[in-house]
Design a protein around this ligand. Structure first.
Ligand code: ATP
Ligand code: MG
Length: 426
């Protein structure tokens, strides 16, 4: 297997994609200090599986990514691809399908690195083994870096042995043996763990067996329980069915009763309607009687008021009659006096007429007295006539008022009777 090409992108100072051809006969790289010679060697180490950032002159692995300069920003990805000529088919079996192998390592900032061989992802260990088989690798003495010669001269025998083994081409075998030993110890650990697991599992099996027995018992019991429950339910069903039938019978009977009651209710309703119809005329009679009673009450009140007014009138009239009677008495006394005066005057006249048949003076005096007496009598007469007429008028008025009182009393009695009748009727 020959290295044919190294391609770098974003690795250390190689920010732009750079191809470095490794042709037969290449013996060294020459350049000014700081031009990147050591970076190329480190790129080879890195792609072959270097795991130590310190050996690549960095603090952490991300330091291999181009870190930027004053004029260019930093990158986040670095890729190094190494091409191998595999025409002699010496690669491990699972990578031995192609004449050329392209081993690529890529690192993403903060996410670590990945390996691909001919675009198929591979484990770091596979890539490291590939180079170990070819007597190469990141730690290989085939790469003599800066200061490496001094290290070789001062190396301990054990370290020199590694160098010799590599030179003899058994580096890969050693690496494989180491890996096999690691696997063996891992398998032994696994075996121990498996024994533990088996012991745990056998305990679980015992427990599960016990649980199976319990489950079977439970199943048998629950079967019996279900059967018993079914029996109970069936018995319930029979009882309930009988109860239902009895209830249906009762319901039919109740329905018949309800029907009869409904018919009776219809009859009663018709009867009620008939009664209501019959009651209507009686009601109207009662209403009419009530109306009449109201009317009568109002008439009665009117009559009572009228009666009170008339009683007052009667009292007034009586008063006036008493007064008139007194007037009549006075007038009669006056009349009697006038009559007595006339009689006296007539007597005087007669005496004077007899005395002075020839005496003229006596005759004139008698005539004057007679005239005076006549006038006094006429005045008394006129007064008497007037009083008599007034008395007659007052008496007529009184009898008219008494008639009215009698009429009103009769009306009141009649109204009372009618009211009592009406009250009795309602
Ligand atoms: P010398 O002859 O002195 O050994 P050299 O040719 O080996 O020099 P290198 O050490 O390979 O040179 O390269 C050093 C250069 O690489 C320096 O200029 C340094 O700034 C640059 N460099 C190293 N790491 C990075 C990085 N991560 N990003 C950018 N530049 C880097
Ligand atoms: Mg250098």
């Amino acid at each position: 297997m020959q290295f044919t090409k190294l391609r770098l992108t974003g690795f250390k100072s190689f920010v732009e994609p750079t191809e470095f051809l490794i042709e037969p006969g290449l013996t060294g790289i020459v350049g000014p200090n700081g031009c990147g010679k050591s970076n190329l060697v480190e790129a080879l180490q890195w792609v072959m599986g270097e795991t130590s950032a310190r050996r690549l002159r960095g603090g952490e692995m991300d330091d291999v990514i181009f870190g930027g300069t004053t004029t260019r920003p930093a990158r986040n990805i670095a890729t190094v691809t190494l091409s191998l000529d595999n025409r002699d088919r010496t690669a491990p079996a699972h990578l031995n399908d192609h004449d050329e192998l392209e081993i690529e390592r890529r690192i993403d900032r903060d996410r670590g690195s990945t390996y691909r061989v001919n675009s198929r992802e591979q484990r770091a260990r596979d890539v490291q083994l590939l180079f170990a088989d070819a007597a190469s690798g990141a730690q290989s003495t085939a790469l003599i870096g800066q200061g490496r010669i001094g290290w070789l001269i001062n190396a301990k025998p054990a370290e020199r042995r590694t160098l010799l083994e590599e030179a003899a081409g058994i580096g890969g075998l050693q690496a494989r043996r180491h890996e096999a030993e690691l696997r063996l110890s891992a398998t032994e650990t696994n075996l121990t763990r498996l024994e533990d697991v088996a012991a745990t599992l056998s305990q679980q099996i015992d427990r599960l067996k016990r649980q199976v027995k319990q489950a079977e018992r439970y199943r048998t019991l629950s079967e019996g329980y279900r059967r018993a429950e079914a029996l109970v339910l069936q018995r319930h069903l029979v009882t309930r069915t009988e109860e239902l039938e009895a209830a249906i019978k009762r319901m039919h009977a109740a329905e018949a009763v309800v029907e009869a009651a409904a018919a009776a209710a219809d009859v009663a309703m018709a009867e009620r309607l008939r009664c209501a119809e019959a009651l209507a005329p009686a009601r109207s009679v009662v209403d009419e009687a009530n109306r009449r009673l109201d009317r009568l009450s109002s008439d009665f009140q009117t009559v009572t008021a009228e009666e009170r007014a008339i009683a007052q009138q009667i009292r007034d009239l009586r008063q006036r009659i008493i007064q008139i009677d007194q007037d009549i008495g006075r007038e009669s006394a006056l009349l009697a006096q006038a009559m007595a005066a006339r009689a006296r005057l007539e007597e005087e006249r007669d005496r004077l007429e007899q005395q002075g048949v020839g005496d003229l003076e006596a005759q004139e005096r008698a005539a004057m007295l007679s005239q005076e007496a006549g006038e006094a009598v006429r005045a008394a007469d006129a007064e008497l006539n007037l009083s008599t007429a007034r008395v007659a008028q007052l008496q007529a008025e009184r009898s008219a008022v008494l008639r009215r009182v009698a009429g009103i009393e009769e009306r009141r009695a009649r109204l009372r009777r009618q009211q009592t009748d009406a009250e009795l009727r309602t």
